[in-house]
Design a protein around this ligand. Structure first.
Ligand code: KG4
Ligand code: ZN
Length: 362
């Protein structure tokens, strides 16, 4: 039996969780506490690093206590502490990693430094018991990536954004149209009453051989359309949102279709290939339906873990700790590990200039 306490503080969620694996049965999430700071940041229309770090300091001790209490497991019976050590906002990372180091030292437990992206990448094995290799589409406020997940610690980034992350594009579009933060759910809600054919927005990168993403041109097109017809009626806002969402789904679908083809070529022996989605944007029904359709066409299964495990949480961090312990690659010197605001999953892929400018959310 392996029991791991996970801690996540890389952006605007303070989270702790206990996950167990007994070797014979499926893994179990014994507790999963997430405190969102959305209200603290809403007035600013985005995450403010200083506010986030302070909020983590205030909340983390209580969240960890609650996660242990909820799980019914004593700290003494925990096998290891797994904490997000990057990428993300460095203030929050310091709070989480230093707290984890202190608990590990006091309780004489090993500490495992986890890459937040690896948490997202391995979640489908916690929820759906997926076998390697599979394809991951991570679409959140800070990242837009396609990753071939080949094994624990073995990732190949096939695509990333060359400018804005997809969630960021939703948030900025919402802000331009006067919709509240976070923008994604509000753009989706407005789009439900809109005419997706009214504006012919660009489909960035559509047709390009590399499956990379770009969303800043689309954002500019939205701004120009909105300025041209201002002041905007509710119907105008709905039509812009619907047209924007259609452009996003179309562009994303084109990029993902390429990645599915490449996966087939690279892993011809994989009997039941799967596409997994992670990140807050995966909540969007239009995007989900597009991806589902592509997967059906290409003979992939489409795996969308429950939304609370798609967005930032500590169960995925605890689980990544279990995966690393099991694979014998938990890292020897985690007590000396320094938080990394940038930490690519795949150190081989060249860094993408201009990507993830906000650099905060993953
Ligand atoms: O994964 P997440 O909760 O946090 C991180 O970025 O780490 O993702 C949040 C992002 C925000 O940009 C939000 O606007 C977007 O996900 N989002 C959505 C929807 N729900 C959340 N985007 C489009 N449609 C949605 N329904
Ligand atoms: Zn994330």
């Amino acid at each position: 039996m392996i029991r791991v306490l996970g801690i996540e503080t890389s952006c605007d969620e303070t989270a702790a969780s206990v996950v167990t694996l007994d070797g014979r049965s499926t893994p179990q999430i014994l507790s999963n506490i997430v405190l969102s700071q959305i209200e603290e940041h809403a007035a600013f229309g985005g995450v403010v690093p200083e506010i986030a770090a302070r909020a983590h300091v205030e909340a983390l001790d209580g969240i960890i206590e609650a996660a242990l209490a909820d799980s019914g497991v004593d700290l003494a019976d925990i096998d290891a502490i797994a904490a997000t050590a990057g990428p993300g906002l460095v203030g929050g990372l310091i709070v989480g990693l230093m707290t984890a180091k202190a608990i590990a030292a006091a309780a004489k437990k090993p500490l495992i430094a986890i890459n937040h992206l690896e948490g997202h990448a391995l979640t489908a094995r916690l929820t759906d018991g997926l076998d390697f290799p599979y394809l991951l589409l991570l679409v959140s406020g800070g990242h837009t990536q396609i990753v071939a997940v080949r094994g624990v610690g073995d990732y190949q980034r096939w695509a990333t954004t060359i400018d804005d992350a997809l969630g960021e594009a939703f948030d900025k579009t919402a802000k331009m149209l006067g919709l509240p933060y976070p923008g994604g759910p509000n753009v989706e809600k407005a789009a439900a009453n809109g005419d997706a054919a009214r504006f012919a927005f660009p489909r960035p990168m559509k047709g390009s051989v590399q499956p990379d993403f770009s969303f800043s041109g689309l954002k500019t097109a939205v701004r120009q359309a909105a300025t041209a017809i201002a002041p905007l009626s509710d119907q105008d806002v709905a039509d812009i949102c619907a047209s924007f969402q259609a452009a996003v789904a179309d562009a994303l679908g084109d990029r993902v279709a390429r990645a599915l083809t490449r996966f087939r070529q690279q892993f011809p022996d994989k009997a039941e290939p799967a596409l997994v989605v992670a990140g807050g944007v995966a909540a969007n029904r239009t995007i989900k339906a597009t991806l589902q359709g592509l997967c059906e066409q290409a003979g992939f299964s489409f795996v969308a873990p429950p939304l609370n495990l798609c967005t930032d949480n500590a169960a995925m961090i605890a689980w990544a700790g279990i995966e690393r312990l099991r694979a014998g690659i938990s890292g020897e010197n985690a007590a000396d590990f320094v938080p990394r605001s940038r930490w690519p999953l795949d150190s081989v892929s060249a860094p993408m200039v201009g990507s993830g400018r906000r650099g905060a959310k993953a």
